[in-house]
Design a protein around this ligand. Structure first.
Ligand SMILES: C[S@@+](CC[C@H](N)C(=O)[O-])C[C@H]1O[C@@H](n2cnc3c(N)ncnc32)[C@H](O)[C@@H]1O
Length: 489
């Protein structure tokens, strides 16, 4: 188990990682791959050649990114004034037969250095209390988090602490909870390693450790996998189906402060024929929250089972695949949805729930875009009649991109497909015909929408009355996606 009580040694380790370049871009350049993602074992010879020159940075990468043992003399050279015995006392390495072996990996992500578990180097097996690094789901959650300065944050199922540590940058205080004491040992160590002091770690089941408390932000990347197993803490929510996601979302009613936001990653099962968003809509009922349900992918049971049972060496893959497939068949599950819920507690007035596709993960922090979507939806719900919407003064909310596919027909270029997207966050896509593009051009933050419609009718040589209905439909959609925002005119 990692020991974070030796504050001075952890601080010296961090200095070493900074001084050698392990914590910065130099390490990634040296390896030619991200530091800390799981590398294919077959690629080890390639990486070891890249790291052949005797340098402290290369030795640290071999140990903590590639999980390779190195000769003791080489390790001493790389650790400099930091004795191997001290790093062994932290639980970071062990000495065996003239070699130093790593016991954990050190990942570099989002400006943090994070200790994480590594699979067994020979069998690739993981233990039930395995502590994850920063994978695509963790990154997705961090990008879909509404980040505002100050307030209290809860990271539910914090694992090695990545979400809590990111929230600590903007929050006043953070609580990270986890059922797995081993994960909390990693989280404590990672807080020390990154010099973060405003996070408290608590052990327990879901909201148990924070009973009676409310937070301004709740984030959770729970063990959301719809699985027939229950042994792997980071993956299996316990019991079958998507019960853990339901418990987390429905618990928000008692743990989110008024106006507070939450993002929860979730998977859920579909029996076939029903609306894909029906199940998470039920979880939200009675929470006093508005909710935006996002679907990133839907998979058939076999494909889904393969994602979660295929290990690096495919040990036991065949059996597991069959067990999982049979489980889904027995439950009548026809497909599985991967997605996320973004919620905001608002107890004044009826709540709204919306569902949309998220075609790709955001490529950066989408906090501002999320806030625009919530503000846009609020505005649309309170606008009332078309006449009120026509009086709105709208503007384009951010740097807008227009991507067009043009084909030549008889030598004449013709737009076949056009797509609008905002460059500051959510990769939501709106089909863009000529009318949509013109609408966006004319929404300059000065004209009222009725003037925009009149201008569009004038330039098209048509009657404004005929254009009003379709233009308002498009304007509503663009407001709901956060592409157009109202100005306070
Ligand atoms: C997928 S990992 C997420 C880790 C980290 N938050 C992240 O974003 O990478 C899920 C975490 O939830 C924890 N967990 C599982 N069941 C739990 C429960 N009932 N209550 C609290 N935490 C739980 C696991 O131990 C694991 O650390």
């Amino acid at each position: 188990m990692l020991d974070s009580s030796r504050e001075d040694t952890v601080a010296s380790l961090r200095s070493l990682l900074d001084a050698t370049g392990y914590a910065g871009p130099r390490a990634r350049e040296a390896l030619g791959a991200p530091i800390g993602s799981e590398h294919r074992p077959a690629d080890l010879p390639l990486y070891l050649r890249r790291l052949a020159a005797p340098r402290p940075l290369h030795t640290l990468i071999k140990l903590f990114a590639l999980h390779a043992a190195v000769p003791e003399a080489e390790a001493r050279g790389a650790f400099g004034p930091l004795p191997i015995e001290d790093l062994a006392a932290l639980g970071l390495v062990e000495r065996t037969e003239g070699e130093v072996r790593p016991l954990v990996a050190l990942a570099v992500a989002e400006g943090l250095v994070l200790a994480r578990d590594r699979p067994d180097p020979v069998t690739f097996a993981v233990h039930p209390d395995h502590v994850l690094g920063v994978g695509p789901p963790a990154l997705l959650l961090s990008q879909l988090t509404v980040r505002r300065a100050g307030g209290r944050v809860l990271d539910l199922g914090c694992g090695g602490g990545v979400q809590a540590l990111l929230a600590a940058r903007h929050a006043e205080s953070v609580v990270g909870t986890d059922l797995n004491p081993r994960a909390l040992a990693f989280a404590r160590f990672n807080a020390r390693l990154n010099g973060v002091r405003n996070v408290e770690w608590r052990e327990g089941d879901l909201y148990g450790p924070v009973a009676g408390e409310r937070f301004d932000l709740v984030v959770s990347n729970p063990p959301y996998v719809v699985s027939p197993e229950s042994w792997l803490l980071f993956r299996d929510g316990g019991g079958s189906g998507d019960g853990i996601c339901a418990r987390i979302v429905s618990g928000l009613g008692s743990h989110l402060a008024e106006g507070g936001f939450s993002t929860v990653l979730a998977n859920w099962a579909l029996g076939g024929g029903e609306d894909w968003s029906l199940r998470p809509r039920r979880w939200v009922e009675g929470t006093g929250c508005d909710a935006w349900i996002l679907r990133s992918e839907t998979q058939d049971p076999l494909t889904y089972a393969a994602v979660w049972t295929r290990g690096p060496e495919a040990v036991g893959y065949d059996d597991a695949l069959e067990r999982w497939r049979a489980h889904y068949e027995a439950l009548g599950i026809r497909s599985l949805v991967m997605g996320a819920l973004v919620l905001r507690r608002r107890t004044a007035g009826p709540n709204w729930v919306r569902a949309d596709e998220l075609p790709a993960p955001p490529d950066r922090d989408a906090s501002a875009a999320l806030l625009r979507v919530f503000a846009g939806e609020d505005r649309l719900r309170t606008l009332g009649t078309d006449a009120v919407l026509l009086d709105e003064v709208l503007r384009v909310a951010g740097p807008l991109r227009l991507r067009q596919t043009v084909a030549f027909r008889d030598g004449t270029p013709e737009v076949q497909e056009a797509e609008l997207s905002l460059a500051d966050g959510l990769p939501l896509r709106g089909g863009a015909d000529g009318g949509t593009i013109r609408l966006v051009q004319l929404c300059d933050g000065r004209r009222r929408l009725r003037e925009v419609v009149a201008e569009m009718a004038r330039s098209a040589g048509t009657d404004a009355g005929a254009l009003t209905g379709p233009t308002l439909t498009v304007a509503r959609r663009l407001m709901a996606l956060g592409f157009l925002e109202p100005t306070d005119h």
